[in-house]
Design a protein around this ligand. Structure first.
Ligand code: ATP
Ligand code: MG
Length: 453
């Protein structure tokens, strides 16, 4: 029923009822109707009913207004929470937290102080409600003295009616806008305060330009505390996201280093070796040396092309398009051609098609580094390479009969090769064992699961 009709009914109904009662009593008791008395009574009751109804409805209106206001606040809280969780950029999240909290409690100004790790002061101070120019005029952000110090130490919510009269107040810096009332809540993550949210000067949201200020109340505090909980989650989320991004950059750098070491640096190293042997041939076998120089130039051109391609799509071109069996055989052939070692290859039960291109490239890089190391460090006369599938795993074994690798070289190597091998093996969820053999020489044993996990 319409409120206006209800209001009239609360006045009209008692009046009609009273009139009927009076008429009936008059008729029964006196046998006649005393009009004048009845009219006076009815008028008095009508006045009473109007006053009472006005009072009751004023109360109801006030309550309804209050409920609407709270519903709007809760709705705003909900929207603020939603808009926070969709944001991942830490800077944006922090600014949003202040802006939204200001709207939630209708504060003219807002600030968010982010505590430093030791919780001794603020490492960041984000404001809302003042212009950049105003902010610049105020100067350095608060150093955590006075009321700020008090709030940092207490870590509890607070309502202050007049900041200048608070016992811990330190006064405002020059050019700071006048602020009287304040409400502040801590933002906590896992029980630890990570920052404080300050809102000052509560304005009438229905009359924002009025100079008359309202008071912050317990309800504002409750809403702000709920919002602070949501803010803490959003801030933590954004921090984690930033951390993950930094890790990704780091990982990518490591990847670049690895690809360069295992790819183009190896090719250039080989050219170096080739030129070294040419130096010995120049006088005695000039024709052979000339051929060697041409081969070296060819190799350098290939290396340049590789670098170009790598820059173009940042993927190692080396070994691209080979299957694993061809790749291993090619490496063995190159080793035979470049050294005097006997190279034995044994490939059993390997289905190249079952091993994806990325896995293939990684395994071939590991094999290449193991063979490079033998060439550079082992002084071996024999190398055996075995590749086989066994129990759902792919196994690669590379053994030499040279001088054994030493434990301290394994632990702390100046080169990158061993580290890259380990790195590549674990990226394939596999395992690699590198170590001296009992009978002398070095062994490299790689095991990776054939199925992706
Ligand atoms: N097959 C091997 N036989 C003997 N010593 C080895 C063998 N493989 C590695 N080493 C020793 O382990 C060290 C570390 O190898 P690693 O591949 O990490 O570095 P590097 O080959 O010296 O340099 P880079 O690979 O960065 O060009 C080598 O310097 C070498 O002393
Ligand atoms: Mg090496």
């Amino acid at each position: 029923m319409n409120k206006q009709i209800l209001r009239w009914l609360t006045i009209v109904l008692p009046v009609i009822l009273l009139a009927i009662v009076l008429v009936v009593t008059d008729l029964i008791v006196f046998g006649e109707i005393h009009y004048l008395e009845i009219i006076i009574s009815v008028v008095l009751i009508a006045i009473g009913a109007v006053v009472f109804s006005n009072w009751v409805f004023a109360q109801l209106d006030a309550r309804e207004f209050e409920i609407r206001k709270r519903a709007a606040q809760l709705e705003a809280l909900n929207l603020s929470g939603l808009s926070l969780i969709t944001e991942l950029d830490l800077g944006v999240v922090l600014q949003k937290v202040v802006d939204l909290s200001r709207e939630l409690v209708s504060a003219r100004y807002g600030a968010l102080g982010v505590l430093n790790d030791q919780a001794t002061g603020y490492q960041q101070f984000i404001t809302s409600g003042i212009t950049k120019e105003q902010r610049a005029e105020i100067g350095a952000p608060p150093q955590g003295r006075g009321l700020f110090r008090y709030l940092i130490d207490e870590g509890k919510p607070l309502i202050v009616e007049d900041i200048s009269k608070h016992e811990h107040s330190y006064g405002f810096p020059e050019n700071h806008p006048v602020m009287r009332s304040m409400i502040a809540v801590p933002i906590k993550n896992k029980g630890k305060v990570i920052g404080n949210l300050y809102l000052t000067e509560k304005i009438d949201p229905w009359n924002p330009h009025s100079d008359e200020l309202l008071k912050f109340d317990e309800e504002d505090l409750r809403i702000l505390e709920l919002f602070a909980t949501q803010s803490a989650i959003a801030i933590e989320n954004a921090r984690l996201y930033r951390h993950v991004q930094q890790l990704a950059v780091l990982e990518e750098r490591q990847r670049f280093g690895m690809d360069l070491h295992d790819g183009v640096i190896q090719s250039i190293y080989a050219v170096g070796l080739m030129l070294e042997s040419i130096a010995h041939q120049v006088d005695r076998q000039p024709e052979l040396a000339k051929q060697g120089i041409e081969d070296s130039i060819e190799s350098l051109n290939t290396a340049i092309r590789d670098i170009r391609n790598y820059i173009l799509d940042l993927r190692p071109q080396h070994f691209q398009g080979r299957n694993i069996v061809q790749g291993v055989e090619e490496l063995a052939r190159a080793l035979r051609a470049n050294t005097f070692m006997d190279v034995y290859v044994e490939i059993t039960d390997v289905d190249s098609d079952a091993i994806g291109p990325e896995k293939t490239v990684e395994v071939l890089h590991i094999a290449q580094e193991a063979l490079q190391n033998i060439q550079k460090h082992a002084q071996a006369s024999e190398v055996s390479i075995a590749l086989r599938s066994q129990n759902g795993n792919l196994m690669l074994e590379i053994l030499d009969n040279g001088i054994s690798i030493k434990p301290q070289q394994l632990r702390r190597s100046l080169g990158n090769g061993l580290m890259n091998m380990q790195e590549r093996a674990s990226s394939l969820n596999g395992e690699i064992i590198i170590g001296p053999k009992l009978e002398g020489g070095t062994e490299v044993r790689l095991t990776i699961p054939l199925q992706d996990q």
